[in-house]
Structures are given as structure tokens and as C-alpha cells.
Design a protein around this ligand. Structure first.
Ligand SMILES: [Ca+2]
Ligand SMILES: [Ca+2]
Length: 421
């Protein structure tokens, strides 16, 4: 919305009262949905070809008699109504093609101008500004009235001219000084998670972030949590996956769907939380309202592979020798564990440390449902290693093909030790 574009108020340079003035090959300029009150040309371009020019859905006076020309180029100095160019005046399409290659010039109201061949097709030429149908032009209300022929007439189906409601909302504070600009992002909706899920699985979350402040908020990040309570506390677990939310004007919302992945957490029921501006890139007046909780909860379950039993090694052995190990791998977790591999070590201590030596030979364990176990015997071979006294360790899921939250309980040591000679 541009008002008071006039020489009396702003002085005069070369192009008095011009709305938009551009020169010298300005490329890809788009002027869309503006309302302007200018005493000179609404738009003026000159000097050289200006490619990619878009002028659409604008309302302005045409100003015959107060300006030399409307949109022209390359030395045209005659008074014309419309778009002119050297040697092309009289044919708007040729002028545009010559001086504004690729131009779009449609759905503009040019009030008070004559409809001539100097204008491209699909523009509007009411006889006066009052014929445009503003709600109260002299009173400064530039909404279009319900009776205006230019209501919903834009290329996008919106009213021609500026979006006065959006403008009022965005400038309320600046214009009347009655309030302090505030930014306040909130979550207005979050989808329910699946009824059940296992560790390391992903599911889709759809949510809506809204700016209920009275100024434009910059871009932000909405993140997701699983939480035992519907409010976010320090115990909430951040999920992998976040949603980028673009700039939001006052009252604007952004909805979207992303995949969120559950990390290894304690099993049990959880609410899904969506939290706006979770990295606090936007400075807000209120952060207490940034999270929304799902109404339903997801029950998170997980496999947990453990070693329940392991046989004793021989009392003594030599390096390079083989022996049999019988062990039991179980799943006391509450979700099915996929196939896994149990491997074996000799270790100076009953717990597995970096000093443990992996033996050649392993055992394939099939998928195990909750509470199930698998026993079996494997032949293992002692590699070249330091002599001494060692425990035999059997370690479930030792290649970590199954995602578990607790890997600390995966190994079991023999009761007796082998003396390695
Ligand atoms: Ca907030
Ligand atoms: Ca485990």
C-alpha cells in the first residue's frame, strides 16, 4: 500500500510522482498486489531491456495529463496513455516484447485511463478511482467493497490491490503505537502417535505451529518429544527429526508432517509433544505455551537380549585349541528381537572390557519374542594371545544387529576359568 506519492509532498527528481521506477536492465522484478496513489506513472522503466518483469493484480490511478507516460523505455518522450517505446508505441505487446522480454502485465486496475491499444489485454480501466469500489477511499479504508468489480478478480482469486487485512495486522503496532510488538509461537495441533512402537522405529507426526503475536516471527524449528506427562519436563526425550517452520506473520500458521524416530528409552506409555521454536531462534514473549501434547499415548516397547547361561571352559588349554561352548541367549524385553549373533571371549575379568579377546566361532540366534530364549552349542578356537587365567564370556547380540536400549547386560562370564598355556 503506497499512499501520497506526489511531488508536493516529496519533492521532484526526474520522474515526479512515480510509483515504481526501474532502469538499466533490472531483471526479474515482480510487482504484485499493490494499491498505490500516485500522481505520476504507476510504473516506469527505461534505458535497457528489463527481462522477467511481472506487474499484476495492482490498483493505481492512470494519471493522464499529469505524467509523460506510464511504462515506456528507450527515449520515448511523448505523452501516451499506456505502454510505449521507440517505434513501438501503439502496440503494447510489441513494446513489452521489445523492452520487457518475458513480461507479464495482467489484472491491473489503471483508474482514469483510457482503454487503448497501448495497454496489454486483461487489465481494467474504470473511469475514476471512485469507480474502483473502495470501502471509503477518502477516509483511508482501501478494502474493496462487496460490490467492487475487482473483488476476487486477481490471478490468484484474491481481491486486486493490497491485502489490507494482512497489512493492518502486520503494522498495527507501528502505525498507532498502541502496543509493543510481541512474538509468541504456539502449537495448535499435533497428531496422535501409533498405539505402540519399538525402539529405533519412526512414525509420522503432523503438527501446526502458529504465531499468535502481533509481529512477524522469523523462521524456527519445531521439535518432538516423548514425555510421561502431557507437559514438557526435563524427563522428556527428544526424538530424531524436526520441522523447519518459515517466517510467520501475525496470526499465520504453518502445518507439516515429518518422520520422528524414537531413541532407546525406558519402555512404557508416552505422550507425543510437538514444541514450537524449540531451539529458541525466535525471541518470544512467552515460552510456556510452545508445546502441545497428543491426546493418545504410544506404548514404547523394546527387545533386550541377555545371556542367561554359559558353560565353563576346560580347566586348561593351549593357544590354537578348540572347545565347545553352550550358552543361552534370552529376551526379557517386551518386543521381539530380530535375529542376532552371540560371540565369545576370553577375559581376565568377568566383565567384558577392551582387553577381552574375541574367539573364533559364533552362534546365530533366531528372532526371539518377549520371554523367549535360545540355547545352543558352538565350537570356538583360541587365537594367539597372552598366556594366563581367563573367564569365558558369552555375549548376546554382539554385532548389534538388534537395536537395544541396554547393552550393559549382554555378556555373561563362566563360573570357572581356563588356564591358558
Ligand atoms: Ca510461545
Ligand atoms: Ca541387553
Amino acid at each position: 500500500m503506497f499512499d501520497d506519492i506526489e511531488t508536493a509532498r516529496w519533492g521532484r527528481l526526474n520522474y515526479p510522482g512515480t510509483g515504481f521506477l526501474f532502469y538499466t536492465g533490472a531483471a526479474n522484478v515482480t510487482i504484485d498486489h499493490n494499491t498505490l496513489f500516485n500522481t505520476g506513472p504507476a510504473v516506469y522503466g527505461d534505458i535497457s531491456a528489463n527481462a522477467g518483469f511481472v506487474y499484476r493484480n495492482n490498483i493505481s490511478p492512470s494519471n493522464i495529463g499529469t505524467a509523460d507516460y506510464q511504462l515506456c523505455c528507450s527515449g520515448v518522450a511523448d505523452n501516451i496513455d499506456g505502454i510505449g517505446g521507440r517505434g513501438t508505441t501503439g502496440n503494447a505487446t510489441v513494446t513489452l516484447n521489445t523492452y520487457f522480454p518475458g513480461a507479464v502485465f495482467v489484472r491491473n486496475v489503471l483508474a482514469g485511463g483510457g482503454h487503448s491499444t497501448n495497454w496489454p489485454a486483461d487489465n481494467f480501466f474504470p473511469s475514476t478511482l471512485d469507480a474502483v469500489g473502495f470501502v471509503n477511499r477518502t477516509g483511508g479504508d482501501y478494502h474493496l467493497s462487496a460490490a467492487s468489480p475487482y473483488k476476487n478478480a486477481g490471478t490468484d482469486g484474491k481481491d486486486l490491490g493490497a491485502d489490507i487485512d494482512a497489512l493492518d495486522a502486520a503494522t498495527a503496532c507501528a502505525v498507532d503505537g498502541s502496543c509493543t510488538p510481541t512474538l509468541d509461537l504456539v502449537e495448535t495441533a499435533v497428531s496422535n502417535p501409533p498405539a505402540s512402537a519399538v525402539w529405533q522405529s519412526s512414525f509420522a507426526v503432523t503438527d501446526t505451529t502458529r504465531n499468535q503475536g502481533n509481529a512477524t516471527a522469523g523462521s524456527s524449528l519445531t521439535r518432538y518429544y516423548l514425555s510421561a506427562t502431557p507437559s514438557k519436563t526435563s524427563g522428556a526425550t527428544l526424538l530424531t527429526g524436526a520441522r523447519s517452520v518459515p517466517d510467520l506473520g501475525a496470526g499465520e500458521s504453518s502445518s507439516g508432517t515429518v518422520a520422528a524416530k524414537i531413541p532407546s528409552i525406558k519402555t512404557g506409555p508416552y505422550f507425543l509433544l510437538a514444541c514450537a521454536n524449540d531451539t529458541r531462534t525466535v525471541i518470544e514473549s512467552d515460552y510456556a505455551n510452545n508445546c502441545a501434547a497428543s491426546t493418545a499415548r504410544v506404548v514404547v516397547s523394546a527387545p533386550d537380549l541377555v545371556e542367561a547361561a554359559v558353560s565353563n571352559p576346560p580347566a586348561s588349554a593351549v593357544r590354537g585349541a578348540s572347545f565347545s561352548v553352550t550358552d543361552t541367549t534370552g529376551n526379557p524385553g517386551n518386543a521381539t528381537a530380530g535375529p542376532s549373533v552371540t560371540r565369545y571371549y576370553l577375559s581376565a575379568t568377568p566383565s567384558k572390557t577392551s582387553g577381552a579377546t574375541l574367539l573364533t566361532g559364533s552362534r546365530s540366534v533366531p528372532a526371539l519374542g518377549p520371554g523367549q530364549s535360545s540355547s545352543g552349542t558352538a565350537a570356538v578356537k583360541i587365537p594367539s594371545m597372552k598366556t594366563g587365567s581367563y573367564f569365558l564370556l558369552a555375549c548376546a547380540n554382539d554385532t548389534r544387529t538388534v537395536a537395544e536400549g541396554n547393552y550393559a547386560n549382554n555378556c555373561k562370564a563362566s563360573a570357572t576359568r581356563v588356564r591358558l598355556r
